[in-house]
Design a protein around this ligand. Structure first.
Ligand code: F6R
Length: 256
């Protein structure tokens, strides 16, 4: 586990973008797993800047998104399909056929989830998975109690997640109750997991994920068992970490 602590949201986003960009340069046809939500918006902005100003080339990159609400068409401004196009895909040179977001309107969600897993396999597996973390410790929509071996499937959202996400909808009743989500097992197969977290509101949650016991009650905690999990945090999110100074020391003394 590598824990990188940056001063604020912008620095956190730039650090994460550096990690993603270095993979894209090293392996131009890499497979990126992507997340939605407020957290990675700064990372996506920085990747767009790198594309425009530094020529970072996404033409061969393949992407898979973590999740999608059930019942929202792609054109809905709160669908994750819409979010990704609005915040990243429309602004870089990704090929549309290389983009994968679960289809929340799939007639047979179970078959669609199986197909989604097959597409990931056919692409050679995910090289780097970008993750956020929910207030209840979830990664993707793997809410507390999700099997740590779970695969892509339909999940019911917790009340906490519905409340958290209601900020994007006109009224709380509009927040979908169900989602399609990669499973914890699916995420754990990514070669690198890159989790971003900012803000004091999530300080207690990120402490549980990084320094608490590995438990299905905080699905992000399973990343402690991943061979290459990188957490990029801002100071506020890191404020409750017991080994905060040690993480900083390790980062500052990293061999070239
Ligand atoms: C989104 C996702 C979720 C979010 C999490 C944090 O694709 O998988 O797990 O990463 O709910 O959301 P924000 O970043 O909005 O706090």
């Amino acid at each position: 586990m590598e824990v990188i602590i940056k001063a604020d949201y912008d620095e956190m986003s730039r650090e994460a973008a550096k990690i993603v960009a270095s993979l894209v340069r090293r392996k131009p046809n890499c497979v990126l797993g992507l997340a939605t939500g407020s957290t990675p918006i700064g990372l996506y902005k920085e990747l767009i800047r790198m594309y425009k100003e530094e020529g970072l080339d996404f033409s061969k990159v393949i992407t898979f998104n973590l999740d999608e609400y059930i019942g929202l068409p792609r054109t809905h401004d709160q669908s994750y399909h819409y979010f990704m196009h609005d915040n990243l895909f429309n602004h870089i040179n990704l090929s549309p056929q290389n983009v994968h977001v679960p289809d929340g309107m799939a007639e047979d969600p179970e078959a669609h989830c199986e197909w989604y897993e097959e597409q990931i396999d056919e692409a050679g597996g995910i090289d780097l998975q970008v993750l956020g973390i929910g207030g209840d410790g979830h990664i993707a929509f793997n809410e507390p109690g999700s099997s740590l071996a779970s695969r892509t499937r339909m999940k019911t959202l917790t009340q906490e997640t519905i409340n958290d996400n209601s900020r994007f909808f006109e009224k709380i009743e509009d927040v979908p109750r169900y989602a399609l989500t990669m499973g914890v097992g699916t995420i754990m197969e990514a070669r690198i997991c890159l989790l971003l977290c900012n803000g004091s509101k999530k300080a207690a949650t990120i402490k549980k994920a990084i320094e608490g016991p590995v438990t299905a009650m905080v699905t992000a905690s399973v990343l402690q068992t991943h061979p290459r999990a990188i957490f990029v945090l801002d100071e506020a999110a890191a404020s409750q970490l017991e080994l905060k100074d040690y993480y900083k020391w390790v980062y500052n003394n990293k061999p070239e």
